[in-house]
Design a protein around this ligand. Structure first.
Ligand SMILES: O=C(O)CCC(=O)C(=O)O
Ligand SMILES: [Fe+2]
Length: 341
């Protein structure tokens, strides 16, 4: 989590280029990328980061103060359709004078079974070095789509980052034949005791440069079925998981007094786990791991894996394989489910 650079404003605060935005964040189903896209309509955004560990308050930093002013005027306390109809509580933020180091060290497991997250599986060396080279060559010979910090390719169905969903009536065609070696090996999951099979029809390829990660999210329940596979290629990373207790999700943080809000910051609780994903390994998110835990990749150039510093490679490429859902999600985790809200 590092050092919190901005604090919650108390009372009225001077205009600045940084906004403190409450009722908004990964714990209420809004990724930092989505928030950045919405605030980007009012000026160039320098960055969006979590204001604290609640997952429901973020800092949006603009290059210019006038952008922050427009966003505050237009978005404060109004239902925002692009953010699931939420009404945001926005104030100017102030740099934190007294910075307190937040300890974000966490034990990193090598095996999924050590994380105690039901439905999470990791298979090391799922593909060979030769197969890895062939998969990388295949995607490198196809066009990449540039996002702000990473490059992506979509097959089967395009994934739309603004809605975090796919359009089921826009089928791009069958998954490419270079995936056959992976699909042929899916039976390996049965050896782990996993019997469910699924006809995967969507692939997202992500290419992360060093220092670039992915903000916390749960893949939209209504977009994809219950099995999500992620194959790591070219370089390692750490993936972290958080399960927010729904009982601490805020009703209206601005309805709290400053003292109550400070205390709720301190008592905000989530479970946190971390796993090391080496190249050529494949991760399966299913059941609780898929439906109730946020997953993310910290924006680190160097990962500390149990006292050893591991530098991210010149890139990590991941293949995320999913099946597009055609009806509403009926999972057993309604509190995290957009189909059941
Ligand atoms: O890069 C990865 O392994 C994960 C990607 C991911 O979580 C996603 O595309 O939703
Ligand atoms: Fe994901």
């Amino acid at each position: 989590m590092g050092l919190p650079r901005f604090k919650r404003p108390v009372g009225t605060s001077e205009p600045s280029s940084n906004l403190y935005v409450a009722n908004c964040g990964p714990a209420v189903g809004l990724t930092l990328d989505t928030i950045e896209a919405v605030f980007g309509a009012y000026g160039q955004v320098k960055g969006v980061h979590l204001a604290d560990e609640s997952g429901t308050r973020v800092i949006v930093s603009y290059h210019e103060e006038k952008s922050a002013e427009s966003a505050l005027t237009e978005l404060n306390r109004r239902e925002c359709p692009e953010l699931g109809g939420r009404s945001l509580h926005i104030q100017y933020s102030v740099p934190s004078i007294c910075q307190v180091a937040v300890d974000d060290s966490i034990e990193v497991s090598m095996e999924a079974s050590e994380l105690d997250i039901p439905g999470l599986y990791l298979i090391h060396d799922f593909i060979s070095v030769k197969e890895e080279e062939e998969l990388l060559a295949a995607v490198d010979s196809r066009p990449w789509q540039k996002l702000a910090k990473r490059r992506v390719q979509h097959y089967g169905y395009e994934f739309h980052y603004n809605t975090r969903n796919v359009k089921t009536n826009q089928y791009l065609g069958e998954l490419p034949s270079f995936l056959s070696p992976i699909i042929d090996k899916m039976s390996k999951f049965q050896k782990l005791g996993y019997t469910e099979t699924v006809l995967l029809d969507q692939l997202t390829v992500n290419e992360y440069p060093p220092g670039v990660g992915l903000s916390p999210h749960i893949d939209t329940h209504s977009a994809f079925e219950g099995l999500i596979f992620s194959l790591s290629l070219a370089g390692p990373c750490i993936m972290e998981f958080r399960k927010y207790s729904t009982s601490v999700w805020p009703t209206d943080p601005n309805a709290l007094s400053d003292e109550e809000a400070q205390n709720s910051d301190k008592s905000s609780k989530f479970l946190r786990r971390a796993i090391y994903l080496p190249p050529r390994s494949i991760l399966l998110l299913s059941r609780e791991a898929r439906y109730a835990w946020h997953h993310y990749i910290p924006h680190h150039k160097i990962d500390v894996v149990n006292d050893t510093k591991i530098r991210r490679a010149s890139r990590r490429v991941s293949f995320t394989l999913r099946k597009v859902r055609k009806g509403p999600c009926k999972c057993e985790f309604p509190e995290y489910c957009d189909s059941q809200k």
